[in-house]
Each structure stands twice: as C-alpha cells, then as structure tokens.
Design a binder for this molecule. Structure first.
Ligand code: GDP
Ligand code: MG
Length: 439
C-alpha cells in the first residue's frame, strides 16, 4: 500500500494548491493502492470521494506543501474509517460479562479465546472459557491446553451436546463461580453458511452476550466486506478482532470492518503467543499503512503553530503597520518549535529561497535577535518607535543582552524595513501576484 501511495504524493510536488485537476492523478494512485491492498470496492469509492472533497476544499496552510497536505488528509481519513478512537471491551453492569467469539474456520478464534482471557486476567478480571466447537474434538483439547497454560478454567461438555446447551450450562457454571468474564469459543466453517449462522443465533439467544466479536484474519482479501456484512446482519456484532497482523497481510480488512458494519475493531492479534493481543489503535494503523510518520507530524506541528487565526491576526497587523517585536518573536519561536529553519523560512515573508549557509547564518541571527528582544520592556516590544528615538534605550538593551549597540540598531531598523516589505508583499498577494518575495 505504501509504495502505491508514494506515487500519489509525488505527483503533487511543485504544485501550490490542490485543485480538482491536479489531484485527479494522485487520487487514481490512491484508489489503485487501496484496491491492491484488498480494500473492497465500495469502501474504496467512499474513501476516495471523501479525500477528494476535502483536498479541493482545503486552503493553503503556510509552510505546508500540497503533497504533505494530501498525506495528512489521507491519514486522517484512514483513522476515521477505522473508527477514530481506541475501542475498549465493554463490561456488563452486573453479573458476568459474556463475550461470544464468531468467525470462519482457522482465523484464530480458539487462540483469541485464550489470548483474550490472558489479556483480561492481567487487568485483574477472573475469566472462564467455554468450549463450543463440537465438531472437532481437537478444538476442545486445544482450548483446554491453552486454558491450563494461562491458568483459566475451561468449561467443556464434549461433542454430543448442542452448542446452545453448552452455552446455557457454561454460563450457569460461570455465575455459580462468580467469574467476571466468560468467553465462548464457537465452531467456524470455511465459508459463511446457514448452519453456522443458525447455530450462532441459538448460542447468542442463550448467552445474551455483552460483546459479540467477529474474529477476522487480516489476510482476508476483498471478501472481508461481505463477510463482515453477513455476520453483522445475521448475528449482530459489537466489534471485531483482527488476527495475524504479524503476517504480511495487505491490511485491507482493517479498513472494511468499521465502514461496513459500523462496529470497530477492538483488538488485534500479532502472533501465536498468549501475549500477542493488543488494543487496536486506528492512528498507529494508519501510520503503518502510510509509513510516513515524519511528514505527518511536521504538518501537524505547522498547523498547530500557524493556526489560521494567528495568521489572520498577523496579516491585520502587517497591513496596519503594527507588526512589532512580539510578533517577530512569535515567528522565530514558531520556527524553533517546528525545528527546521530551512522549511519554515518560507513561512516568513521576505525570506524567499535560501542556501544552507544562509540557513546557518539565519539560525544564529535568530538566537541573537531573541536575546535582544528579551531585553526589551513590554512597551518597547510593542512600540519599536521608542527604540528608534532613544539611543539610551538601545544602549541599555545592548548591555542587558550582551550584544553591541550596532546590532540593536540593526534590529530596530530591520523591523521598520520588515513592516514596509510585508505590507508590500501582502498587497501583492491580495492582488494575486506571485507571493515569492525576493530582494
Ligand atoms: P480457529 O479455527 O478460528 O479456532 O483458529 P485457531 O485459533 O485454531 O488458529 C488457527 C491457526 O492460526 C493456529 O495455528 C494459530 O496458532 C494461528 N494463529 C492464530 N492467531 C494468530 C496470530 O495472530 N498470528 C499468527 N501468526 N498466527 C495466529
Ligand atoms: Mg477453533
């Protein structure tokens, strides 16, 4: 998925804004990448539509390139499609919490049964397992062995009893023993069939579970959507558990579950050991799908630092020639916060394109400048005129900041120059001229 998406961003390099026209090609790449990752078609359609709408409607964030913006939109949409937040297992308000596991054969239900008990046991819950796969004696043995391994009792009734009756008896036993959580394993089939569904419906009626979780193998391809739909419509599920995420799955199933059923993935299995079960973090999964954590955090920081209101505020000040030392300081701090001077210099009007040597120079002069501004009184920061008029004030600032009087004079001259430059620049931008300002 990652390499397919990479192509999408690349096509936006060098663009100033995202338009319907210039995102057409990248959107095709995104669509292709999702389909190749086995995301089902209806899900892909909705995803691509939503991302396109957002991209075209999006304004320019200063210092952030359209290709970076698109990465961010795709990331946020991925997170949203996967449910946004972490979804915890719900517990019953009174009596035991009952968790019913369902899913096709071989997806990892029996393993999850034990893993989940182990996971909840670590949270201080007492658990009991119910062996409900009556078709294979080996399945019962498998659960008993796992139960012993993690020190959790397993209720078994052999293969002659109907699953619904096993559920009933198991639950009774659990109530007698006052356990906090009962987890029932069930039989799966190779495909969705009526027999399996009817059996699950019966079991569910007797159990009245707090959670009905569909166990889905992460390797499930295009058919994930119809699978989830079938279980969701027929049985009614409260969430899903995605297993075998440690394999080289293409991740498509992760995107389908919530979109198709409206229910979240709650946990993921990442291996065969009992420890290998963890909460599902949509955020991390999206990051993993995109493989571009750096770009994302840069865009987030830039957004945070240069919030729209701030930018508008600044613009007003510039137009009224009120840009003062506080604003200058705010801008340099924004630069420091983002951490990459070269990238952000473009955000400061009048800086234009710069060489590495100039960047080092700029970084140094930012530190010097900050020291001088720190030495100013609040009044002086707001009214550069005071400093222009008074050599005594400039002298005091030089002394307090450990800089020369000449450096202070230069800074004062600079802010007046900046006011003029910025005002011209803003005027030019509003008039639609090329915003790149060069001396
Ligand atoms: P069931 O038929 O749904 O009950 O599936 P099982 O629990 O018997 O698991 C089928 C196979 O998948 C077993 O060999 C498990 O060890 C393996 N398995 C289950 N979960 C995972 C997982 O998260 N990662 C890996 N790599 N293997 C798993
Ligand atoms: Mg099993």
């Amino acid at each position: 998925l990652t390499s397919g998406l990479e192509a999408a961003w690349t096509k936006l390099k060098g663009e100033d804004v995202m338009t319907k026209e210039n995102i057409a090609e990248p959107m095709k790449d995104i669509r292709r990448a999702l389909l190749e990752a086995d995301v089902s078609l209806p899900v892909v359609r909705r995803f691509v539509q939503s991302v396109s709408d957002q991209a075209v409607g999006m304004g320019v964030i200063r210092g952030v390139k359209p290709d970076q913006q698109l990465v961010k939109i795709v990331h946020d949409e991925l997170v949203k499609v996967m449910g946004g937040e972490v979804s915890e297992i719900q517990f019953a308000k009174s009596g035991p919490t009952v968790i019913l596991l369902a899913g096709l054969q071989g997806v990892g239900k029996t393993t999850v049964c034990a893993k989940l008990a182990y996971y909840l046991k670590k949270q201080g819950k007492s658990c009991m397992l119910i062996a409900g796969d009556v078709y294979r004696p080996a399945a019962i043995d498998q659960l008993v062995i796992l139960g012993e391994k993690i020190g959790v009792p397993v209720y078994t009734a052999g293969t002659e009893v109907k699953p619904a009756d096993i559920a009933k008896q198991g639950l009774k036993e659990a109530k007698m023993n006052n356990v906090d959580v009962v987890i029932m394993d069930t039989a799966g089939r190779l495909q969705v069939d009526k027999g399996m569904m009817d059996e699950l419906k019966d079991v569910k009626r007797f159990l009245n579970p707090t959670e009905t979780l569909l166990v889905v193998d992460a390797m499930t391809g295009q058919e994930a959507a119809s699978l989830v739909t079938a279980f969701s419509v027929e049985i009614g599920i409260t969430g899903a558990i995605l297993t075998k995420l440690d394999g080289d799955s293409r991740g498509g199933a992760a995107l389908s579950v919530k979109e198709v059923s409206g229910k979240p993935i709650k946990l993921v299995g990442r291996g065969e050991r009992m420890e290998d079960l963890e909460p599902f973090y949509p955020n991390r999964m999206a990051g993993r799908i995109l493989g571009m954590g750096d770009v994302l955090s840069f865009v987030e920081k830039a957004q945070e630092v240069m919030r729209q209101e701030d930018a508008e505020d600044l613009q007003k000040k510039i137009m009224s020639e009120k840009f003062d030392f506080n604003d200058l300081l705010k801008q340099t701090r924004a630069v420091a916060k983002i951490g990459s001077v070269s990238r952000v210099l473009g955000m400061i009007p009048g800086m234009g394109k710069v060489s590495p040597a100039q960047i080092r120079e700029a970084e140094k002069s930012l530190v010097i400048m900050e020291a001088m501004i720190e030495a100013m009184t609040p009044e002086e920061k707001e009214k550069p005129e005071l400093l222009a008029e008074s050599p005594e004030r400039r002298k005091r600032i030089a002394k307090d900041s450990g800089k020369t009087e000449q450096q202070v004079s230069q800074l004062v001259a600079q802010i007046f120059q900046m006011r003029v430059k910025m005002k011209n620049l803003m005027g030019a931008m509003e008039g639609g001229a090329n915003p790149a300002f060069t001396d």
